[in-house]
Design a protein around this ligand. Structure first.
Ligand code: SDX
Length: 384
């Protein structure tokens, strides 16, 4: 990188650069509140613990979209709309079946969601389009996973919850109540989280008066990165590296060695939480129970050893992505699909923020401090 002479910069014009927009409040929202000091999370008025104990994913979708819980009729209607719209347009299904089977699943989800825009009417409402994406993202994920493994794609059911239908399409087998509840709880826990990078991306695209499919496609691209939703896959890859070490696996030494090399430990740390992520308590409990049931208890024990080491060494706690990895692993989901499941849930939060941004819009347009040269003389190409 070239050295820059900054003498020409008028620092009065830009008194402060906030790298990463840390702590900047640029929106008001009714969708969620995070207290990073106490580790409290609220979705539209309801504590995450209350929702984890009581709500289904579909109730959370309604809550985030309309800022209130649905009555029975409204909930039934929402279920019916989702069930009726699960099938993909044929060209999208063809794309999924014929694309490179080695493609990253999140890239396929991003491209397929983008394609969905071509198959809705120009005058379809944002609410309708939100339903379409919420209904079809699970179909996209399951279809790609089956197609890339040379298996017959399973058509979606016209009944059952999002969680039930997703597991059914993925495995070609109806899940039991316990598996459905695990999946549903994961969807509830990942649905919404304030001004995270993907939601910010979604709102930025919305603010240019672009369409909801563009906003969600951009959000999926942001979620894919390992510093954001991609961390859950990265956590599982870390645990699988340890697994390969067999009897020599030592999660404490492994974590310390990574820290010594100044590497990030995936699934730890958060821009807002300075304490345990409240979602991680629920995922940790599920991780323990499921790993015991499915014979992967060593993965849970290694995870706990890493949590302890990170606390002692760096005073950093796990985030939502840490224990979700072992939960998905225990229910037999391929690690590279974990971030897709995050997207399958966060579609509710993204679309809720899209509605909110659109209802009270202003173009999002921060500034950058220019630190390059100015007014250089032109040098003809043969003289450079
Ligand atoms: C999600 O924002 C949201 O709401 C996101 C999310 C949601 O629901 O949408 O909660 C989901 O994205 C969770 C985060 C998933 N990402 C990871 O698990 C990747 C690993 N984590 C980090 O890279 C990091 O903690 C971030 C990206 C999550 C937060 O980055 P920040 O706020 O920019 O913090 P930082 O990188 O500047 O770190 C501050 C300090 C540094 O130490 P010092 O240089 O000050 O000594 O903490 C250290 C960092 O090195 N640190 C870590 C660490 N996380 C922070 N050190 C080792 N391992 C880590 N994971």
């Amino acid at each position: 990188m070239a050295e820059h002479n900054l003498s020409h910069i008028d620092l009065n014009e830009y008194p402060h650069i906030n790298k990463g927009l840390d702590g900047i409040v640029a929106f008001s929202t009714t969708k969620s509140n995070i207290n990073g000091q106490t580790g409290e999370l609220i979705y539209s008025g309801y504590h995450i613990d209350t929702l984890a104990e009581n709500a289904t994913f579909e109730e959370v979708c309604f809550l985030l979209w309309y800022d209130r819980l649905p009555n029975q009729t409204e909930l039934d209607e929402l279920h019916k709309k989702l069930q009726a719209n699960r099938e993909l347009p044929e060209p999208v299904l063809t794309y999924i079946k014929t694309t490179n089977p080695k493609a990253e699943p999140m890239a396929v989800v991003r491209s397929a969601v983008s394609m969905l825009a071509d198959f809705v009417d120009d005058d379809a409402s944002d609410e309708y389009n939100a339903i379409i994406m919420t209904a079809q993202i699970p179909t996209i994920i399951a279809a790609f996973d089956r197609a890339r493994n040379g298996k017959e794609v399973v058509a979606p059911l016209k009944d059952g919850s999002t969680a039930f239908n997703f597991l059914y399409m993925l495995n070609d087998e109806k899940p039991g109540q316990a598996a459905e509840r695990v999946m549903d709880l994961c969807l509830v826990l990942h649905a919404e989280h304030g001004m995270n990078a993907s939601t910010f991306t979604c709102r930025s695209i919305c603010a240019t008066e672009s369409d909801i499919f563009s906003a969600v496609s951009g959000a999926i691209g942001a979620l894919k990165g390992p510093l954001h939703g991609g961390a859950n896959t990265a956590v599982m890859n870390t645990l699988l590296i340890l697994k390969e070490q067999g009897e020599n696996a030592d999660p404490v030494a492994f974590t310390k060695a990574k820290l010594d090399r100044k590497e990030k430990i995936m699934g730890f740390g958060h821009r807002v939480y300075k304490t345990f992520d409240p979602r991680a308590y629920h995922l940790r409990k599920m991780s323990k129970e499921l790993s015991e049931e499915t014979g992967h208890v060593y993965l849970y024990e290694w995870s706990e050893a890493m949590v302890k080491t990170m606390k002692e060494e760096k005073n950093i706690d796990p985030n939502v992505d840490f224990f979700s990895a072992t939960v998905y692993y225990s229910i037999g989901i391929q690690p590279d699909l974990y971030t897709c499941i995050f997207a399958m849930s966060r579609i509710s939060g993204w679309t809720a923020h899209f509605f909110e941004q659109k209802a009270n819009n202003r173009l999002i347009r921060p500034r950058a401090l220019y630190i390059g040269e100015k007014n250089l003389p032109w040098t003809p190409v043969e003289d450079r």
